[in-house]
Design a protein around this ligand. Sequence first.
Ligand code: AMP
Ligand code: GLY
Length: 419
Amino acid sequence: MKILVVGSGGREHALIKSFRLSPLVTEIHVIPGNDGMAKEALCYPDISWKNFETVVTFCTNHAIDFVFIGPEDPLVLGLTDFLRTRGIHCIGPDQEAAQLEGSKIFAKIFMQEAGIPTAHFRIVDSVEQTLEASKEFTPPYVLKADGLCAGKGVSICKNLKDLQKVAHDFFEKKIFGSAGQRAVLEQFMPGFELSYTVLTDGNKYISLPIAQDHKRLMDHDEGPNTGGMGTVAPLLIPTDWNEKIQSRIIEPTLNQMKNRNFLYRGIIFVGIMITAEGPHVIEYNTRLGDPETQVILPLIDTDTAQLFCDLAKGKLMPFKIKNISSACIIMAAEGYPESPKKGILIHGPLDLENPSQWMIHASTKKIEGQYYTNGGRVLGCVGIGSTLKSALTEAYNLASQINSSGLQYRKDIGSKVKI
Ligand code: AMP
Ligand code: GLY
């Protein structure tokens, strides 16, 4: 089997590691990939997925069996539709369904129509309108840019003064350009956050193990929001929470997708807040989470290449889950998330091959045999063990062997879970 992965981060590296476990796989190609995954897959730093025609030619020339599109941008820009009309199988929703992630306003209206529990909201497009609408909410205020902002478009404002400043940044300073021209002002929901992921062929679905991410930069959930600083899985939750998530969120989401005739062969990853009134949707993602993927894939006890190849062709096959745990510690560059320092030398077991520790490269560059930081989230140290405690020990043990000036990581991943 020959697979093309689109993307260049930690999620894509984890996919490659998982696909490499399959005896069926003969070639894994990545557009563009990164230097840290180049020993495990063929990377093409000079090919851009933005040129859809080039991707089609690549797939034809390399007899690719299916394409796994990792990040949201190609989905929102319609790469799946383009590939499918050219007879190429791929994982992902069609462009319209990808709006569930690409537009917060689209997602909110979708949920409102389907009666899916989510925070009360108003659509706003100016500072004045935001302040006027704020009267319907209690602080802290949550303001979300409508479009994709690389995980930076959500601000939690403790008071009206902060809200006014953020609204000014969105609508007058235009820090997110057209993605922040309109925004969703929504009620803050206190609660327990989790990442709920399902595979779907657009009709049926199967849940993957639940994961928990840690979005804030620093221990005890302090500091700015990030793309995710670490994950654990499986997150074991009471059966009635799970039943409510499925009956109040996942099933109505799928029904509404069917009503709208979406073509969906891939992943729905829902950020969920368990509040006093039950589970509520924080956001939809139409792809696998990063770094959720890094802890979910090691738990799958079925050939993932075959699983996703079948799904890309429209067949959702059952899969088994191992009775083990995993944890991922993200190591981020100095200055992340505002302005990560690139080009800093990294020492440590960066090419490690070990079944209980996955060394994930999210953004590294290799120059004359040495690795350097090349982005915000640089590495993911994944530990796999029979218990969450042993998985965390493996992950932190790996992280402690990495040396690089300014590299930062949280020391409290998994601490919200009883072990
Ligand atoms: P999002 O990009 O929508 O997932 O938001 C980033 C993070 O902000 C989420 O993972 C939550 O931790 C937090 N967040 C977003 N919306 C809300 C909300 N309405 N109430 C509480 N926390 C929120
Ligand atoms: N870890 C959160 C995300 O992938 O959006």
